[in-house]
Design a protein around this ligand. Structure first.
Ligand code: NDP
Ligand code: GUE
Length: 300
């Protein structure tokens, strides 16, 4: 029976399960010599987008065998309250890593809170010290979505040195880290944003197009070189004609799939791999804390 799967689709769930199995084996081994703490996921105030992410973090943590705790601070929490609580988590040896979900309420300065997380517990890689290391090619604790996009490019098997990559979107959490991480792999990276005169001029010549904008169907088939890889990071809630809320990426997947050589679907593409990257970062944080002498070895 011929394999009827569409091999142009990069299956994010399959990549996630493969990565989580590897992480589980490494965490089980690590737990034999040092206690593995819990990953704490902080949300400030309610947000549907965050709910999906945190729910999937909890599921992945269970699959990886990683202790996990979700904390929700009230939307009216003050900056000082949050900083004090993060300091307590930094000092708590039973806490392995801390991730602060975005968005945060308008009165909270997210960069300042991000910086309050100790670099060795910053499993999201957003502390300026972690982000800075990306420029130095130390990308062990990289922002999870950016790391997921790189993992998806790897899944195509395309050789990175000299690869023509166009990154559409230049946010601090996705676009910019992706550009640096792929440059570190030898790719030639062009970054587009809303001031770019013609995004199509760039995307049409790219071997790989990565898009993280937040506009459904921003990328159509006319913007993609036949055979190119298309990595869709966008997450857009769209209500269809029947009034049903659906999640769409930034790419018109059905149309672009007929031109692309590889494409990541939304849902089922970068999202699940982002969650797996968070678990991999937690393992890295644990190892760095052991190396820093933070954790007492378990008596054999
Ligand atoms: N799958 C996952 O794990 C994650 C997915 N996301 C999703 O990725 C998307 C982007 O989020 P995020 O990275 O935070 O980006 P932001 O929402 O912070 O910024 C959007 C980026 O897109 C650029 N942009 C806006 N319009 C255009 C345009 N017409 N052409 C080219 N570039 C444009 C902006 O440029 P400028 O600044 O010049 O306006 C900006 O760089 C969202 O849909 C978000 O939900 C985000 C995080 C994780
Ligand atoms: N500090 C911070 N870092 C983030 O990376 C971050 C954030 N805040 N805030 C919210 C956004 C959004 N985000 C998602 C990641 C995975 C899925 C995910 O697992 N998506 C599944 C959804 C499937 C389902 O519906 O369960 C999929 O695409 O298949 C969704 C959303 C990360 N974000």
């Amino acid at each position: 029976m011929a394999d009827r799967r569409d091999h142009r689709i990069i299956d994010g769930k399959a990549v996630q399960h493969r990565l989580l199995a590897e992480i589980r084996a490494e965490l089980d081994a690590a737990a034999k010599t040092h206690p593995v703490g819990r990953l704490v996921s902080i949300s400030i105030g309610p947000s549907p987008e965050i709910e999906v992410y945190v729910r999937n973090q909890a599921r992945a943590a269970a699959e990886a065998g990683l202790p996990f705790e979700q904390v929700v601070w009230p939307a009216e929490a003050t900056q000082e309250d949050c900083k004090r609580k993060i300091a307590a988590l930094n000092d708590d040896p039973s806490v392995l890593g801390i991730i602060l979900q975005r968005p945060v309420p308008a009165h909270i300065h997210v960069r300042s809170l991000q910086s309050a997380i100790h670099p060795l517990k910053d499993v999201e890689g957003m502390n300026p010290a972690s982000i800075g290391n990306i420029v130095y090619n130390d990308i062990a604790l990289a922002p999870c979505t950016a790391a997921a996009a790189v993992e998806m490019v790897r899944a195509t098997g395309l050789s990175m040195p000299g690869l023509e990559v166009v990154m559409i979107g230049h946010s601090e959490i996705v676009g910019k880290p992706v550009a640096f991480m792929l440059m570190a792999e030898g790719a030639t990276v062009t970054v587009c944003h809303h001031m770019t005169r013609s995004v199509a001029m760039h995307s049409r010549r790219a071997d790989v197009v990565i898009v993280a904008v937040g506009k459904a169907h921003l990328i159509g088939p006319e913007m993609i070189k036949p055979g190119a890889a298309v990595i869709d990071i966008g997450i857009n809630q769209v209500t269809d004609a029947a009034g049903k809320v659906r999640i769409l990426g930034d790419v018109d997947t059905e149309a672009v799939r007929e031109v692309a050589g590889w494409i990541t679907p939304v849902p089922g593409g970068v999202g699940p791999v982002t969650v797996a990257m968070l678990m991999r970062n937690a393992l890295t944080a644990h190892r760095r804390q052991v190396a820093a002498g933070w954790l007492e070895a378990i008596e054999a």
